[in-house]
Design a protein around this ligand. Structure first.
Ligand SMILES: C[S@@+](CC[C@H](N)C(=O)[O-])C[C@H]1O[C@@H](n2cnc3c(N)ncnc32)[C@H](O)[C@@H]1O
Length: 413
């Protein structure tokens, strides 16, 4: 039940016993070792004759051995929760045998669900939510339990890891070297593994892709490619998500859109709140300001420490090629976002807000251009809503991921 000591600790205990003798006798119950399995092994290693004593306590021997060990060992709540899971079958057995514990179980509740967990939580001084989490982990990712038991990761991190696809999780676990890791270190590690697998899968896709599924209208290279690829006055909508800090790119975008948009049509760009004045100024060099859409974050908000502001929305700014005109149909400027989707790109946007804007600002068959494609969210929505699209992405590995994403979405239709 309690973790066996690693070899080096067992040797240290053996050396100690050799030098000072066995301070605490090994406790037996009905002829079996109840407490002191590691001490017994260390005695054998040290060549010292072990001393035994019979347990004469009252009540549950299991409860006694748990509380003894908890006093002796410094276990985190996460480690205690794994211990509680180990205890559950023993508790259930003992409960069936012993009147007192059976009563205790009955007191905690008799809906048949979770009562042993609650007793185990009490005994191990952890909480029942952690024990439920450990149960879930033991079912879906049992290889993580050893890492929690040995204190390498904590329950909340193990719960997050358990949600990863098998291959990804196993790679992360293989990279843990036995030292405790913090939640943020684990997050970084998982991110690296995810990116690595994603890039490898995209490259494999590119090697196998047929000519027709190859480019998915996603060009590999700078947005400047679009100057020659697009006719003037031919585009119905620019919808894009440039790297926020690069103000020059916003100006280049506006310049391109001013040439390629049909008159009166819009260029929409995500922007970071901090950069809004510069971005507005840069885009105003070539287009006219039209409106700002607020995309409300789903779930938690973001604390902006330099301003002490709880940020709950992100802007998409809209500029028009003169002469500005009303949208083809009424639409809202306050949208509920679906949250970032990091599956295909670290800065991936959510499909839902993109879909709303494309549906309200263009007709099926019209052309949408996305110069900063990333993981391909905007082309993907164009495909699903029956719009034509053309995109560029400067990073080859990123473009391949987007192409693969679109090809797979095509297969599902
Ligand atoms: C914010 S990300 C786009 C994320 C995308 N909206 C998604 O949902 O996955 C911006 C992308 O623009 C690309 N990029 C940066 N400069 C570029 C340029 N000059 N031409 C084309 N792509 C560029 C970056 O490599 C990055 O992948």
């Amino acid at each position: 039940m309690f973790p066996e000591l690693p070899d080096w600790e067992l040797q240290a205990l053996a050396d100690d016993i050799k030098a000072k003798g066995l301070l605490h006798p090994i406790v037996l119950y009905k002829g079996k070792i109840l407490d002191g399995r590691n001490r017994y092994k260390a005695c054998k290693l040290a060549g010292v004759q072990p001393r035994f004593t019979e347990w004469k306590g009252k009540g549950s021997p299991l409860e006694w051995v748990v509380s003894e060990n908890l006093v002796r060992r410094h276990l985190t709540s996460s480690q205690r929760a794994v211990l509680a899971l180990d205890l559950l079958p023993l508790l259930e057995k003992e409960a069936a045998r012993r009147q007192t514990l059976a009563k205790k179980l009955a007191k905690v509740g008799d809906n048949g669900k979770g009562k042993a967990s609650q007793v185990a939580a009490k005994l191990t001084k952890t909480n029942s939510a952690y024990i439920e989490a450990v149960k879930h982990i033991s079912k879906h990712a049992p290889e993580l339990l050893g890492k929690v038991r040995s204190g390498v990761i904590k329950i909340p991190d193990a719960t997050r890891l358990a949600k990863l696809p098998d291959k990804e999780r196993k790679q992360v676990v293989a990279m843990l070297d036995g030292q405790p890791v913090s939640g943020s270190e684990l997050h970084e590690l998982s991110k690296r593994v995810h990116q690595n697998l994603r890039n490898r899968a995209a490259k494999a896709f590119a090697r196998k892709a047929t000519a027709s599924s190859k480019d998915n209208n996603i060009l590999i290279g700078s947005m400047d490619l679009l100057w020659d690829r697009l006719d003037d006055d031919s585009v119905d909508l620019f919808l894009t998500d440039p790297p926020y800090k690069d103000i020059q790119l916003y100006e280049s975008l506006a310049e391109l859109a001013a040439a390629k948009l049909k008159p009166g049509r819009l260029c929409l760009a995500y922007s970071g709140q901090f950069y809004l004045p510069e971005v507005m100024e840069a885009m105003s060099q070539h287009l006219v300001y039209w409106w700002t859409f607020a995309i409300e974050f789903s779930g938690s908000h973001c604390a902006i420490h330099p301003r002490h502001v709880q940020n709950k929305w992100k802007p998409i700014i809209a500029f028009a090629k003169p002469r500005a005109k009303p949208a083809p149909e009424w639409l809202s400027d306050h949208l509920q976002g679906g949250g970032r989707d990091k599956e295909y790109h670290d800065w991936g946007q959510d499909e839902s807000e993109v879909e709303y804007l494309i549906n309200h600002l263009t007709q099926p068959g019209e052309l949408v251009v996305e110069p900063f494609c990333g993981g391909g969210t905007i082309p993907l929505v164009c495909r699903s809503t029956g719009r034509r699209w053309l995109a560029t992405e400067i990073e080859r590995s990123v473009a391949l991921i987007a192409r693969k994403r679109l090809a797979e979405a095509g297969k599902l239709r």
